[in-house]
Design a protein around this ligand. Structure first.
Ligand SMILES: *Cc1c(COP(=O)(O)O)cnc(C)c1O
Length: 391
């Protein structure tokens, strides 16, 4: 464990030390013990901590505190946004548009809508992973109520033109949901300027704790959605259940730190990412997946010719990296996202996602590249018969 080179920040980030200290202090305090819905003094103090954290989340994305609903993470936010908004708005229409490269939390929410009789259009992006707003516009019908497109793809790091898609949604009077789990803290987000109506966030993708998330709901355009859980009056009834004071305080602080570091972290990581790519490329047959131009600072996804995916993963055990998304790693199937970008089965299987973060150093990357070069060279010599395809 101690020897792994951690290059899997897109799957989860370590908790920032100051955030961890704050969470720990709250867990040990009376305030942390109290139920934030209780009306006694420690309960009200806990509620005040949560409201401060709500403001910190809102400030990161240009929202008002009253537009933030707490969840357990981006999976729950995506479910609540898509299923909740579609059910609430179904009097206006029952058609939803999304893309084939969305996170499973979005795709499976759409499948659930289909089982409820909604119609969903899954648009395929181009081979660079980019969704053309004109293709989205062409898919809109009189029955369309919602578009869901992620800001940054978790496997490839490709950045969508969210402002253009937002403008299109306003023009056609559709609700616009954006999964921003990978972009928060890496790219500026302004929900008003980008015309976003619903936005999903996850704390553990931005140096906060696992098990905390938020959903932004625009106060003018979709104040309400149909809740998916039933119970108390917390979160205006949209998401009942006792709020975890320490987790939410941690998420709020992580958001404030992310905002403070937005001008410095992303360029530093982009520089490391470019260094990594230049080094990986010195070996022939290493192909970049997704747009080289519209990409986030912390994710680099490559396919390797002439090797088998399974052997490659085994050979690179020293590196804590993912092939595809952590969520799809168990299935044994080649990445559906890379297949959507036109990659062959071999190249989709022999793919690696390197993702960097605040703790990443140049020396770590150079060690990772040395291991990568050694192992790919060894595997290619072992299996010289595998087709050297370049799809
Ligand atoms: C990680 C991730 C999710 C899921 O977030 P959780 O907080 O782990 O539920 C959803 N969407 C994207 C793009 C992600 O990267």
């Amino acid at each position: 464990m101690a020897d792994s080179i951690y290059l899997d920040y897109a799957a989860s980030t370590p908790v920032d030390p100051d955030v961890a200290a704050r969470i720990s202090a709250l867990l040990k305090s009376q305030l942390g013990a109290a139920n934030p819905s209780a009306t006694h003094r420690p309960g009200r103090a806990a509620a005040a901590v949560i409201e401060h954290a709500r403001q910190q989340v809102a400030d990161l994305i240009g929202a008002q505190a009253g537009e933030i609903v707490w969840t357990s993470g981006a999976t729950e936010s995506d479910n609540l946004a898509i299923i909740g908004a579609a059910h609430f708005q179904q009097g206006r229409g029952r058609h939803v548009i999304t893309s084939t490269t969305e996170h499973p939390a979005v795709l499976e929410s759409c499948r659930a809508l289909e089982r409820d009789g909604f119609k969903v259009t899954y648009l395929r992006p181009d081979d660079a992973g980019l969704l053309d707003p004109d293709i989205v516009a062409a898919a809109v019908t009189a029955d369309t109520i919602l578009l869901s497109v992620m800001h940054v793809n978790n496997e490839t790091g490709v950045v969508q033109d969210i402002a253009a898609l937002g403008a299109l949604c306003r023009e056609h009077d559709l609700l616009f949901h954006v999964d921003a789990a990978q972009s928060a803290g890496r790219l500026p987000i302004d929900v008003k300027a980008q015309a976003i109506d619903l936005l999903s966030l996850s704390a553990h993708k931005m140096y906060g704790p696992k098990g905390a998330g938020a959903l932004f709901l625009d106060a003018d355009r979709c104040r309400r959605v149909e809740p998916l859980q039933f119970g108390g009056a917390q979160e205006r009834g949209l998401r009942p259940g006792t709020l975890p004071t320490h987790q939410l305080a941690g998420m709020g602080q992580a958001c404030e730190l992310a905002r403070q570091r937005l001008a410095t972290d992303p360029p530093a990581q982009a520089q490391l990412r470019d260094h990594l790519w230049s080094q990986l490329q010195t070996l022939p047959g290493v192909l970049l997946n997704g747009s080289a131009r519209q990409r986030v600072c912390h994710i680099l996804n490559v396919s390797v010719t002439g090797v088998e995916g399974e052997s490659l993963r085994l050979a690179l055990r020293e590196l804590a990296i993912s092939s595809g998304s952590a969520c799809a790693s168990d299935s044994g199937e080649p990445s559906a996202v890379l297949k959507s970008l036109g990659r062959s089965d071999q190249l989709a299987e022999a793919s690696l996602r390197f993702s960097l973060g605040r703790g990443t150093t140049m020396a770590e990357l150079d060690r990772a590249v040395a291991i990568f070069r050694r192992e790919v060279t060894r595997l290619r010599a072992l299996a010289p018969t595998l087709p050297d395809e370049a799809a």
